[in-house]
Ligand binder design. Sequence first.
Ligand code: UD1
Length: 448
Amino acid sequence: MADARPFHWEYEPPKVVRERYLVTGGRALEGTVRVSGAKNAALKMLAAATLTGERCRLTNVPEIEDVRAMTETLRDLGVVVDHPEPNVYEISAGDVDWLFVPLEAAAKMRASFMLLGPLLARFGEVIISNPGGDRIGRRPVDLHVDAMRALGAEIEYRYGYYYAKAPGRLRGTEVRFPFVTVMGTENAMLAATLADGHTIIRPAAQEPEIDDLITFLQKMGATVERTYADTIEVHGKKRLRGAEHHVMPDRIEAGTFAIAAGVTGGHVVLEGADCDTMNAFVEVLGKTGMGVSCGPGRMEVDAREVGPGALHPVDVETGAYPGLATDIQPPTSVLLTQARGRSRIRETIFEDRLEWLSELRKMGASIQLKSPHEAWIDGPSQLKAASVEISDLRAGASLILAALAADGTSSIGGAHHVQRGYENIERKFLDLGARIERVQEGELTATT
Ligand code: UD1
C-alpha cells in the first residue's frame, strides 16, 4: 500500500479567495439561458473513468470548482487529465501510482469519496479521507463503507482515513441499503462493474444522474442495468474500455433559473433543460400559478402575468427521486416568500438544510422554523437588500435569487460556495438583465 502519512495535524485547510456578490434587485429577468452539464453526473463520470486504463472523453462537463477539484485530485493520483477545450475532459488512468485521496481533496468536496469504489475495484487498495462537502448537517459515509465490505473489501478507519483493501477481486453480492443513498448507490455500482460475479443493489437511488452514469458505464463495456425502478444489477467484468459521453443537463441549475423568473416576475427560456427529469419541481411551479411549458430539450417559465407577490402558496416536501430534490428546496423557499399566504416546507433528506433561512429572514422574509425539518413561510414579503453570508452551495444560489427580488443592493459573502456548482452564474444572470458582480472582499466599496 502507498506510503501515506495521513495525519491531520499536517493538514492546512484550503485557501479560498474571499469574494462577495453585489446584487441589485428589482428587475424582471428576461431571456434565454443555456443549461450546463450536471455537476452530480459529471463528478461521478470523472471518478468512473479510473475504472479503465483507456482514454475516456467527457463532453458538456460544467466548468465549476468541484470539477476542478476532482480533476486536480485525479492528477495527484497520477491520472492524466486533458482539457482540450472548454467543457471537454479526457481522462487516461493507465498509470495510477498513488492510491491515496488526501484530506485536502476531501475537505473541498464530498464527491471525492466517489473514488473509493473504482480505485478499490481496479487496484485492490486505496487510502481515502473522510469527506467534507456542504455544511448541511451530519453527512456520514457508513453506507458506502458497508457496501464495499459486502463486496468483500477489508476497511479500517484510522486518523480520519479509510484504509481499504480487496484481497483478490471484489465479489459480486447483494448490496442492501437501509434507505436510499445517491452516492452510496453509485459507489457500489462502480465497484461492482469490476467485481467477480453478479451484484444486486437495492433500494437503488433513482436520480436521473445515476442513469446517465449507467449509460456511460455501458459504453465502457460494463454490464449494468436498472432492472426495476429501485434495483440496479451488475455483472462484473475483468476490464472496461475507454468511452465518450455527453453529460446530461443540470436540473438543479435549470430550476434555479426558473425560480429567477418567478421571483422577479420575468420570463426565462431554459435551453437544454430536460423537463422529464424535473416533474416534481415543475408541478410545484405550476401550483404557484406560474406559466411553465416544456418541449424537447427546452423549458419556458413565465411569471409576467401572475407576478411576484401574487403567486399561490404551496406545501412542499423533499424526497429521494422522483420526489422533489432537496437541492432545489432552498431556491423554492425563496420563491414561496413571494406567494400570497402560508407555504410549508418539509426537508426530509438532510438535517440543518433549513438553517440558512435565518439569512433569508435578514432580507425581510417572514419565516418560522417549526423544527429542524419544517419551516413555514408567510408571504408575500417585499424583500430588502442586506449583507448576508452563504453557508453552502444551494443556499448561496438562493441568496442571489432573494437579492434579485429585493429592493436595493445586497452584499452576499462566501461566493466560493456558489462557484463550486454553478458555471458562469454571473454571466448567465447578466445576460438575463440582472445587476450582479463578484468582487474580492478587499474591493468592497461604499455601495455595500
Ligand atoms: C447527493 C448529491 C447531493 C444531493 C443528495 C440527495 C452528489 C455529489 N451530491 O449527495 O447534491 O443533495 O444526493 O439527493 O451527487 N447517508 C448516511 N450514510 C451514508 C450516506 C448517506 O447516513 O453513508 C444519509 C445522508 O446523511 C442523508 C441521506 O443519507 O441524510 C441521503 O444522502 P445521499 O443520498 O447519500 O446524498 P449524497 O449522495 O451525499
